[in-house]
Design a protein around this ligand. Structure first.
Ligand SMILES: [Zn+2]
Length: 367
């Protein structure tokens, strides 16, 4: 480990409010950072909560300017929403929604040098916490991730808001949270950096919690399990990413996700649904190419768990429009790009190895 090299971390939002009345308490602090914030959202299903947020803020003297993402967290939408913020002289960005809305809100605030408030309305990712945004095309194809200057100023994780999200979003968040362990432990297998080692261990603890409580949380949104799991996926996963930095984020599962998003979907899959499938591909590669006998057992265990959460375990189950050799080669090529974190693996990897692992996924999911 090179102690001369400075490592920069954005570990946490300045203030985190969590619990059933997090919004009630958190909204007061918003008045201390802005008067005319942009309130960003997207889907119709969350419009009622966003109206409540807007009404409450107006009552305490904060005048919101509302805007919605049209396509995705893509440059076109970022430009369009940034222009609205500039035109109205907005003094902060409040992003209330799922991962794409949170990523877009953080990035717009970063580019305009404004304070940022995130209000996750599902537990599908840790995007409400991190100093990182993913940029996609208008059609949802992953382009790149961008490191931001800092984590959001305020994160409000109101359980009564998040609980209204469809269970499918929680399942997706669980798969994304599990990926922290599978990816960080593999890409840091020989790391001598204590901070990274400790982050990897935190990812292991999160994995165990998700395995223990995940199914109950998915079935019973009123249970204690739900609270532990929803916060694990949305908050703890963010701490791990912040502490471990770029080394602790991805290995194979996310590059596979990024490759798959390049294709067209007949039925859109959520981020974590694709990432969960990516973990299975990663374990398959580990089993074959690093002769890791435990990987086979781990894959079997994970397949069983994902099935209990109604998560896809084969490429066929991801809702893609067309599954041809050409399309799957396109996925493999994208996942294997030179700058991809896939090359952090302790063994060298090429497109053909990924292609074969994806093709085999149907057979191996039945083992
Ligand atoms: Zn993710």
């Amino acid at each position: 480990m090179n102690l001369e090299k400075v490592s920069y971390h954005s570990i946490s939002p300045d203030k985190v409010f969590r619990g059933n009345k997090a919004w009630e308490d958190g909204k007061e602090l918003i008045t201390s950072i802005c008067k005319y914030p942009l309130l960003l959202g997207r889907s119709k299903s969350t419009s009622e909560i966003r109206s409540l947020i807007e009404r409450d803020l107006n009552q305490i003297g904060v005048e919101t300017i509302c805007a919605n993402l049209i396509n995705d967290c893509c440059e076109e939408d970022l430009k369009f929403v940034s222009n609205i913020a500039r035109r109205h002289n907005c003094d902060a960005v409040i992003a209330a929604g799922g991962g794409k809305v949170l990523d877009a809100g953080k990035l717009i605030a970063d580019r305009l040098s404004l304070p940022c408030v995130t209000i996750p309305l599902s537990a599908s990712t840790c995007a409400g916490w991190t100093a990182l945004s993913n940029i996609y095309s208008t059609k949802g194809a992953f382009i790149k991730d961008v490191e931001l200057a800092s984590c959001p100023n305020i994160l409000i994780f109101d359980h009564s808001f998040v609980r209204t999200a469809p269970p499918r979003t929680l399942a997706s968040g669980i798969a994304d949270g599990l990926a922290k362990w599978y990816e960080a432990s593999l890409s840091n297998i020989s790391s001598k950096d204590g901070f990274v080692q400790q982050s990897v261990q935190m990812a292991r603890v999160l994995r165990d919690q998700l395995f223990i409580d995940g199914v109950n949380a998915y079935k019973n949104p009123r249970s204690d399990s739900w609270e532990r799991v929803a916060e694990g996926c949305s908050l703890t996963a963010g701490v791990i990413g912040g502490m471990g930095g770029s080394l602790c984020r991805t290995a194979v599962a996310h590059p596979i996700h990024n490759g798959i998003t390049q294709l067209s979907f007949a039925n859109k899959s959520l981020h974590g649904e694709i990432v969960g499938f990516g973990i299975l591909i990663q374990l398959h590669l580990e089993e074959i190419y690093s002769k890791n006998k435990l990987a086979k057992q781990a894959r079997k265990q994970l397949i069983e768990f994902l099935k209990q959460l109604n998560l896809p375990t084969t490429i066929e189950a991801l809702g893609l429009e067309e599954l041809s050799i050409t399309k799957l080669k396109q996925v493999s090529k994208f996942a294997c790009k030179t700058e991809s974190s896939i090359h952090l693996l302790p063994f060298s990897i090429d497109e053909n190895m990924i292609f074969e692992a994806i093709v085999n996924s149907k057979v191996t999911s039945q083992i």
